[in-house]
Design a protein around this ligand. Sequence first.
Ligand SMILES: [Ca+2]
Ligand SMILES: [Ca+2]
Length: 188
Amino acid sequence: MGQESSKNGPRTIEELWSTGAVSLSDVETWIGDFMTKSGNRDYFTESDLIKHYQKSYTSGDASAFARDVFRVMDRDRNGKVDFKEFTLTMTSLTGDDVNKKIDWAFWFYDVNGDGTITYDELKKMLKTICSLEHGGNFKDKEGVDNLVKNIMSSMDTNHDGLITLSEFKDGFHKSEFCIGVLKKLATI
Ligand SMILES: [Ca+2]
Ligand SMILES: [Ca+2]
C-alpha cells in the first residue's frame, strides 16, 4: 500500500514539465546525475548505486543506504531504475512540497512496504545511517536502543508499536534524527 499514490505521478518528461513544478535547469541536472549513475545507459541497478555512493562516502559503508534508496526508487520492482523512476524521486525530494518529501522518507523507513514503521525497521534505519557515516563500527548499542525508543515514543502516539504515515507526518518535525535523514536523502 505504501507506494500506491506515487504511481499517479507524471509519466513522461513532457508531462512533468507541464506541471510547472520543475525548471529546465532541474531537468538538465537530473539528466546529468542519471547519466553518471547509469554510466550512460537508460537505467541503473542496485549495484551501480552502491558503487556510486561508495565513492561519496569513503569513510563509511554506504551499501545498506544505497540498497534502501534503490528499493524506494525502483517503483515497479524490476531491479532497474529508469529515468522516469529517477525523476519521480527527484521531484519528491528536491521540490517545495514537504508532504512529498515526508512520504518518500516514510517509504524509505518502511522496509517491508506494509504501510507502517516498526521498532525493528526504525532500528535498521538507524544502523544504516550509522554505517554510512562510521563504517558500521557503531559500538554504542545502548545509545541506538535509546534513540529508537525515543523516536518511537514521540511518534507512535496511539502506542500500538507501529508508526503510521499520519503519525510519521505529525511527529517528523520533532525528531532531529528524522530531519537529518531527510537532508541526506535530499542530496542523493
Ligand atoms: Ca524499475
Ligand atoms: Ca513496515
